[in-house]
Write a protein that binds this ligand. Structure first.
Ligand code: AMP
Ligand code: GLY
Length: 428
């Protein structure tokens, strides 16, 4: 069958790499893609937010399966749009409709959802412009630090952890008056700060049945030992050694099952990935956030560990037949180190020649911001490449990924040298 993936990052390259291995995959397309996806698929020069253009590509290329990578088109309703096209009734789609995508698109919606369905999460209250004064008063007596979250999509930058009442009040005012996040800040969730250790669990659901995919930990800050500003993600590791079987069992019982039942009770037919951002507090899971897609760079360590035919898994998701497929996970550890452009996450350089990729052995290189030009691969974004290694131990996977990250060259290259290192002390 012909398959189309929407997106242009390392996540989408990992999807393409995995789908292309299946005998069920005929022609694979990525829109808009990057220099890496061009190796595994045909890139289509279409914006994933241009829904009519996506529908046209589905018709022109006889696409039978569509996988939506990023959150933006999901929240904007691409699935609903395609479902309204009578001639595309047979198209299989992996990704939730706009209502399901609200779990990511609105922090207030997701907090209410968790409260309604008894899913463990930090205590919170939501304020709007009209209740600004109430919010300022509420902050006077709130324990510190306190977490403020802009309601809407804010490209990973909508969360502020305030250490003082003055900082929290200033942040609330800035968000609610639209200064910092525009419309995304028209509602603000104020919540209790959770002290613990973070990890993410990924669920694939067909609306009724589900599979829990390998968990992962990502590294969000630009600097080693989690210092400096937040990024889209500087690296990831799977499995997460502190997520032992009894903890993962709790996640399934207290979080995954009530989440899926909650969606059903609320009448939301959800087919796709759910990325559950968790804080492990002592040995209990608390949900920090939901994303309604896979993570980037988490996908670059999760997919290499899935041994199933990925087309089969995606088709079963869209057909409501996930119960028929046993999931097979490799026991190996995967580590990815992200190479970023000079200046990232601030203003960064692009157009630099990437060299020495051919020197890498037994390494998976997933492209993020790259571009093919005159036979050369150039940097074309903040996060450029995710360098994934797999090995029998965490230590070896860390070492292999780091060695490869050192070998690849482009001017201004930066990367973290401590991806996974903090986890080695938990390992056997
Ligand atoms: P989010 O955009 O919801 O993923 O939040 C960004 C980051 O803020 C998370 O990855 C956490 O590190 C942190 N964070 C969010 N909510 C909380 C919380 N309630 N307590 C502690 N840290 C939090
Ligand atoms: N790496 C975090 C995310 O994809 O949201």
């Amino acid at each position: 069958m012909n398959i189309l993936i929407l997106g242009s990052g390392g996540r989408e390259h990992a999807f393409a790499w995995k789908l292309a291995q299946s005998p069920l995959c005929d022609t694979l397309f990525v829109a808009p893609g990057n220099a890496g996806t061009a190796q595994a698929a045909t890139n289509l020069p279409i914006s994933y937010n241009d829904f009519p253009a996506v529908a046209k590509a589905v018709r022109d290329e006889k696409i039978a399966l569509l996988i939506v990578g990023p959150e933006e088109p999901l929240v904007k309703g691409i699935v609903d749009y395609l479902r309204q096209q009578p001639d595309l009734a047979d198209l299989r789609i992996v990704g939730p409709n706009a209502q399901g995508a609200q779990l990511e698109g609105s922090k207030d919606f997701s907090k209410q959802f968790m409260q309604r369905h008894g899913i463990p999460t930090a205590a919170s209250r939501t304020f709007t412009k009209d209740s600004l004064q109430e919010g300022l008063d509420y902050l006077q007596t709130h324990a510190l630090p306190v977490v403020l979250k802009a309601d809407g999509l804010a490209a990973g930058k909508g969360v502020i952890i305030a250490e003082t009442v003055a900082e929290a009040q200033r942040t609330l005012k800035d968000m609610l008056t639209g200064h910092t996040f525009g419309d995304a800040g028209s509602k603000v969730v104020i919540e209790q700060f959770l002290r613990g250790i973070e990890l993410s669990v990924f669920v694939l659901t067909d609306g009724v049945n589900y599979k829990i995919l390998p968990e992962a930990k990502d590294y969000k800050r630009i600097g080693e030992e989690d210092t400096g500003p937040n990024t889209g993600g500087m690296g990831a590791v799977s499995p997460v050694v502190f997520a032992n079987p009894s903890f993962l069992q709790k996640v399934e019982e207290k979080v995954v099952k009530p989440t899926l039942l909650g969606l059903q009770k609320d009448g939301i037919h959800y087919q796709g990935f759910i990325f559950v951002g968790l804080m492990k507090v002592n040995s209990e899971p608390f949900v920090i956030e939901y994303n309604t897609r896979m993570g980037d760079p988490e996908t670059e360590v999760v997919l290499p560990r899935i041994q199933n035919d990925f087309v089969e898994l995606m088709v079963a998701t869209a057909d409501g037949e996930l119960d028929k497929i046993p999931i097979r996970i490799s026991p190996q550890t995967a580590v990815t180190t992200v190479l970023v452009s000079g200046g990232y996450p601030g203003e960064y350089t692009t157009g630099k020649i990437i060299s020495d990729l051919e020197r890498l052995e037994d390494i998976m290189v997933f492209h993020g911001g790259t571009l093919n030009q005159d036979g050369q691969v150039l940097t074309n974004g903040g996060r450029v490449l995710a360098i994934t290694a797999q090995a029998n131990s965490l230590e070896n996977a860390v070492r292999k990924s780091q060695e490869a990250a050192r070998m690849v060259q482009f001017e201004g290259k930066q990367y973290r040298k401590d991806i996974g290192v903090d986890l080695i002390r938990y390992a056997d």
